[in-house]
Design a protein around this ligand. Structure first.
Ligand SMILES: [Ca+2]
Length: 485
């Protein structure tokens, strides 16, 4: 790898991810990215419906205990005959006489769940035929006959396929299976998902999640059960491991929301000491899906800024001294992009202002350049805040092909030295045993952010920022190991 030496000791140059502002806790605007949805009905939904039918059938009538109870004389249903088309539903209502009779609690039953289901009076046509919907109170039973027809425009399903016939996922990993019905213009869009062994995977609208090691089958069927496709799912368990080290903490970004026991947010839009253009929201620009965390920057007005983004931090949650810190990250590339993965001394807001607290920049990129920066910042006279302020900075750069693809960015931090790596190759190393570098022997926390514009990228004009609506920085994992003694 090509290396460019960059050694500077200066009082104010390239302040990088350095910040003086206090935390701004003002509320952020609400916005969110909704993940793509489809029109499937999951097996879970379907089975829940059936369970509800069963339980309501077993419900016995209970008379309310009230002194003003007015007993009914007769009960009829709002309809006694109904013709429906498959997929349609309507609500049956018990009609009491006299009309001021007290409410009664009866139970609903269908004579054929293959023709129509009933839940709390809501009748849904599921298959061709005739059935009776019965409402029972005490010894009284009232009936509505339901005829279910196929719509003359019904185009039945003739086949179903899955996008995968086999797949392998890790425990806690998710994967979305999608199905295709044929003909493509079929009017019967409902499907049923099923799992052979639901202790190995779970499924929700086609999204499967590995639960434990093993192999099972996931299937999707047309509603009439005549057409079915299967995928063999193998779940593996791959331990997060580094030889000679123990895992201190990690976040693999599985699931749908950020783990707040690990991450918090720096919120605000004052430029963060670097004339940055974005407003950092309180997590509104974070999306978790498919096992990665996305920081989604948006071109949108917010609290006087024209962009929103996120700076996620482990301050007060995960702070540590020394270790091997690694993240697998994809960064965006355009004029104004400033993605960063870095660490700050934990006392930056409590007695040890920057740069006395120390800063370790593991990854920073500017604009669409492929030049990767790894940099340290500290106070040249040591971390004691009463010593005079002399910003010291030292780092190196290297060139990374395809920064928009995943790379691992890492810090190997011991009592002796700090090494910064990309894809397991050290590109910057610094002995930190000198007394002026005492800040690097104290607790730090992790920050990951996507800044837009500012000093590091030398771009201050919102019109020059090189994305239209959204820009994404994607993080597969963050892992922190400590060397075994
Ligand atoms: Ca992951």
């Amino acid at each position: 790898m090509k290396k460019n030496l960059l050694i500077l000791v200066t009082s104010l140059l390239l302040t990088s991810c350095s910040f003086f502002e206090t935390l701004n806790s003002s509320s952020s605007i609400t916005s969110s990215v909704s993940s793509s949805s489809n029109i499937t009905t999951s097996s879970k939904d379907t089975s829940e419906e059936i369970n509800e039918v069963s339980s309501s059938e077993e419900t016995s009538s209970i008379l309310p205990s009230t002194s003003e109870y007015i007993h009914y004389e007769s009960i009829t249903l709002s309809e006694t005959n109904k013709t429906l088309i498959i997929g349609e539903s309507f609500t049956l209502v018990p009609v009491l006489s006299p009309s001021n009779a007290s409410e009664v609690y009866g139970s609903w039953m269908t004579s054929s769940r293959k023709v129509a289901t009933v839940i709390d009076g809501v009748v849904t046509a599921v298959g061709e035929g005739t059935c009776r919907i019965t409402y029972s109170v005490d010894d009284i039973k009232v009936v509505c006959t339901v005829n279910v027809k196929k719509d003359s425009t019904t185009i039945p399903v003739t086949g179903i396929t899955l996008n995968k016939t086999s797949c392998t996922i890790n425990v806690d990993e998710t994967l979305e299976l999608s199905y295709t019905l044929s003909p493509s213009n079929t009017t019967e869009k409902l499907v049923i998902w099923d799992i052979e062994d639901d202790t190995i995977v779970s499924i929700n609208n086609g999204v499967i999640t590995g639960l434990k090691e093993g192999t099972t089958k996931v299937s999707v069927s047309s509603l009439d059960g005549l057409h079915k496709a299967e995928c063999v799912v193998t779940v593996t368990y791959e331990e997060v491991f580094k030889d000679g080290y123990s895992l201190l903490w990690n976040d693999e970004f599985e699931g749908n929301s950020l783990d707040t026991s690990i991450w918090g947010f720096d919120v605000g839009g004052d430029g963060w000491g670097n004339s940055e253009l974005q407003y950092y929201t309180n997590g509104n620009n974070i999306v978790l899906s498919d096992g990665t965390c996305k920081i989604v920057a948006r071109r949108e007005a917010c609290n006087g800024r024209q962009f929103t983004s996120t700076r996620m931090v482990t301050r007060d949650k995960k702070e540590f001294t020394y270790g091997y810190v690694e993240a697998r990250i994809k960064v965006p590339s355009y004029q104004g992009a400033w993605p960063a993965f870095w660490l700050l001394g934990k006392d930056i807001y409590s007695g040890q202002p920057w740069p006395f607290c120390g800063e370790i920049d593991i990854m920073e990129y500017a604009n669409s350049s492929s030049k990767l920066f790894g940099t340290l910042h500290w106070n040249a006279n040591g971390k004691n805040p009463s010593s005079s302020y002399v910003h010291a900075m030292e780092g190196l750069t290297t060139y990374i092909t395809n920064k928009t693809e995943f790379h691992t960015y890492a810090l190997d931090w011991t009592a002796e030295s700090i090494k910064i790596l990309c894809d397991d190759v050290v590109f910057f190393e610094k002995d930190i045993r000198g007394s002026q570098m005492d800040c690097f022997h104290d607790d730090f926390y992790v920050l990951i952010n996507l800044a837009i514009g500012g000093q590091f990228v030398n771009e201050y004009n919102v019109n020059n920022i090189g994305f239209d609506k959204t820009s994404i920085m994607e993080i597969d994992y963050v892992r922190v190991f400590q060397k075994n003694k």
